[in-house]
Design a binder for this molecule. Sequence first.
Ligand code: S3P
Length: 171
Amino acid sequence: MTPKNIVLVGFMGTGKSSVGKILAKKLGRRFVDVDAWIEDSERTKIRDIFESRGEAAFRVLEKAAIAHFSAEEGLVLTTGGGAVLDPDNLAALRTNGVIVALMATPETVYQRVRHSRHRPLLNGEDMFSEIRRLMEIRRPHYEGADLRFDTDGCTAAQVAVMIAGALENKS
Ligand code: S3P
């Protein structure tokens, strides 16, 4: 198995954090969720950072956290859905990491996140349209990952097994 970081990327609601947690346990690796780490170090919820300081301020924190953890090895690292839109983030993550994208249809994402209140980008009137719109813009960024997995109809545990198997075969 690769000593590199295993970096989970993908749209909101594709299961990155749940899968990452299970995968890390399975592989005996340290799990770092970039969003959770930012919330801990800022002692604030992401939603409140967006509200009080704006998205740009959040992106600065996200970039610093990604640069920090990209210098490490052997992690399972999960990033927020917008992290790979910044080419600097992707370049940093790639230096020491295998990039694994979790994919899902807009319908699946909607079903998974529709009751969630902690995603500031999906707080508007028509959540489903916004998911579709953002996903179209972001899809190319996720499609450039080293490995991709469709998560529709899968549990987080099943996705973790698929990723572990693919990484085993890759090395
Ligand atoms: C964002 C996704 C969120 C969080 C922030 C912005 C995005 O993380 O980083 O709300 O731009 O897609 P999840 O993908 O874990 O929901």
